[in-house]
Each structure stands twice: as structure tokens, then as C-alpha cells.
Design a protein around this ligand. Structure first.
Ligand SMILES: [Zn+2]
Length: 356
């Protein structure tokens, strides 16, 4: 199929043998959301895997409205099913010469903000999962998605709300991680050759971590501390597993080892969990990013970072902080705090006075 003229609002790159990053790279909202696709092959033992396999989609982007007037493909689903991807042997992620959309979908929404749900209506025939942590939050999606604030159409969808610890395909685990919003969740996928943690908007680097009016820094600290503990435990198990494999010489028997790349193209270590966020941050060591982000927010609530900006947003006094203290991971001191701070924060001022 010829796609030469199919300019699209999306592009896709391979992260591992079973995982792709789909970027909505030039959206009119300047959100540049990251959508992830995990391919569960048909031969998998999973009870949820359909006859032709399943794609687990983490989020659905912000609807395909592009700054490029020639971008003809604005539907995430159409992109996945019809646009050839170089990293996928020049085939669409879910389609070939015989048939488009052969694999089924399970959509996991990391939370209901508009830049994660505006593509969801195209998956109304699929299972759509969201957090059951605070079900009342879904009673007013137009408000809580920020669609009302932006005066845009709120997508209609019926999420299946799942508990903390819910598993897909027996191994992919959903963790409730409220903080950014009450419905924020994290997905842990140990099935990829390098285990992945998908954290949505809970944190990322080099763009402000944002708490809307509905956010809670108190909950965020609890969630991030729980994730640090979770990653530590899982990495200990992975280390034991790797030792066992070395003992039994499994790695020496010719098993294919897939290289995992971060955005700078460097291969990553075995036994480490990598963090993928809803924006900007992808394939970074999960434990380090979680710990350093937590230190930065602790510096903010501890009064060790100055307010950089103050304004009214959605009727609330809002403040911005940018990391100026030395980054304990990189050792870089952001002396100005003006540009390129690894971490920054935008939140209603009342939120960070609540940590006690
Ligand atoms: Zn968000």
C-alpha cells in the first residue's frame, strides 16, 4: 500500500520488539502527547489476546488536530491501521496487505485529561480501562478533562473502572497513582524484554509537572513513594531472575536479545525498569527519575525553591517553580533556573501548603 501522500498527525518509533511510541508531534494544543502501543501476539497464552493478537494502547492523544494543514490522517486508529511505519518493516502497526485492524485493542487511559482522551471515540468497540480510585471523578468528564476550559467537544466513552493491582493478560499490572489527578494510574509491563513503567502525567523531565485544581501533592508523594518501592521490589526480582538465567546458561543458548534504545540511541541495561511518561520522557531509568523528581517536589514544599512565576489560572492563584538546586542525579546545578531545568512544577498555590 502506498502511503507517500498520507501525511499524518502521528509518527511511530519502535522501543522494544513489542512496544512502540506514537507521538502526536505537531498538535494545535502544543501538548505533543506520547501514546504507547504494546503488541500482545496471538500466540500469547493470554486469555484476552484475540485470535489475531491484541494491541494495548496507553492513552489516545489529543485528537489529531495538527498545525500541518496537509496532515490528512488525524485519527489515531487510522494511523495505526493504515500508515506504514519504518520501524515495523514498513507495515502499519495493525494492518497488512490482507486486512486492516486485524488485532483487537485494549485502551488504558492514564487519566482523563483531554490530551489523553481526545482520540478515544475511535475505539468505542474496544475495552477502555481507567482507574476506580475515585469513581465520582468520571461524573463530570467535560470539566475534569479540561474540555470545558478549552471549549472543545468532550469525547463520549464508557470506561471500565479497574482496581489497584488489576492485571491484563495476567502480567501487565495497573497501579492507582493519584496525585496529578485522582484517576491517574500507572501501567507496569514486565513482558517487554526490558520492563516498562508507564506513568502518564505523574512526572516527566524538561517540561513542567502540572497539578490542575483537582490535583493533590499529598497524594502524589504517596503514589511516587509507592512506585519507588514497587520498582525496587521488581528490580530485585529481576536481578534474581537474571542470576538464575545466567546459572542455567539460558542467555548463552542463542536466544535473540533485542536492543532497547532511548531517544539518544543508547542501549539500556538488563534488569532495569524504564520509565515512559505521557510527554517528553521515554526509556529513562525509572528508579532514578522517580527519586529525583521526588527530591525536587520536596525542595518546593520545603521552601527551598523560589517562586518563579505567579498568575491566575482557572480562577486559582497559580505558581511555577524551576529546579535551581543541584540535581543529585546528574550533578548539574541549574544556576539560573530559567531554562532547561530538569524538573519544574506548575500548581495552584494552595496545593503545596497542604503537605503535613
Ligand atoms: Zn494530565
Amino acid at each position: 500500500m502506498a502511503n507517500d501522500n498520507k501525511r499524518s498527525a502521528f509518527n511511530a518509533t519502535r522501543l522494544t520488539s513489542s512496544t512502540f511510541l506514537i507521538k502526536e508531534f505537531d498538535d494545535i494544543y502544543s501538548e505533543h502527547p506520547y501514546v504507547y502501543a504494546i503488541i500482545i501476539p496471538a500466540k500469547s497464552e493470554s486469555v484476552l489476546s484475540s485470535r489475531h493478537g491484541t494491541i494495548i494502547l496507553i492513552d489516545t492523544g489529543c485528537g489529531g488536530a495538527s498545525n500541518d494543514p496537509n496532515a490528512r490522517i488525524s485519527s489515531l486508529r487510522e494511523f495505526i491501521e493504515t500508515v506504514e511505519v519504518t520501524d515495523n518493516d514498513n507495515k502499519p502497526l495493525n494492518g497488512d496487505d490482507d486486512r486492516q485492524g486485524r488485532m483487537g485493542y485494549i485502551v488504558v487511559l492514564t487519566h482523563c485529561h483531554y490530551d489523553h482522551i481526545l482520540g478515544v471515540e475511535h475505539f468505542s468497540d474496544s475495552l477502555i480501562l481507567a482507574s476506580s480510585h475515585y469513581p465520582e471523578f468520571f461524573h463530570n468528564i467535560p470539566e475534569h478533562s479540561l474540555c470545558n476550559f478549552l471549549n472543545i467537544h468532550t469525547p463520549k466513552y464508557k470506561p471500565t473502572l479497574v482496581p489497584h493491582g488489576h492485571t491484563i493478560s495476567n502480567r501487565i499490572t495497573i497501579l492507582h497513582t493519584p496525585g496529578h489527578t485522582p484517576d491517574s494510574l500507572t501501567v507496569y509491563d514486565p513482558t517487554s524484554e526490558q520492563p516498562m513503567l508507564y506513568v502518564g502525567d505523574s512526572l516527566y523531565e524538561y517540561e513542567p509537572i502540572i497539578f490542575p485544581s483537582e490535583g493533590s501533592i499529598v497524594d502524589w508523594f504517596r503514589s511516587v513513594e509507592a512506585l519507588i518501592e514497587f520498582v525496587r521490589n521488581q528490580e530485585s526480582l529481576l536481578a534474581i531472575d537474571l542470576e538464575d538465567k545466567e546459572d542455567s546458561d539460558v542467555l548463552g543458548t542463542g536466544a535473540v536479545t533485542h536492543r532497547v534504545y532511548n531517544q539518544r540511541g543508547a542501549p539500556r541495561q538488563q534488569g532495569r525498569i524504564l520509565l515512559n511518561a505521557g510527554h517528553v520522557t521515554c526509556l529513562e531509568p525509572a528508579l532514578t527519575v522517580l527519586q529525583t523528581a521526588k527530591v525536587f517536589i520536596e525542595d518546593v514544599v520545603g521552601g527551598r525553591e523560589p517562586v518563579r512565576r505567579r498568575w491566575v489560572k482557572r480562577g486559582e492563584q497559580t505558581v511555577e517553580y524551576r529546579q535551581s538546586r543541584q540535581d543529585r542525579d546528574t550533578g548539574i546545578r541549574n544556576t539560573t533556573g530559567e531554562t532547561n531545568s530538569r524538573f519544574s512544577l506548575i500548581c495552584p498555590e494552595r496545593l503545596h501548603s497542604r503537605r503535613t
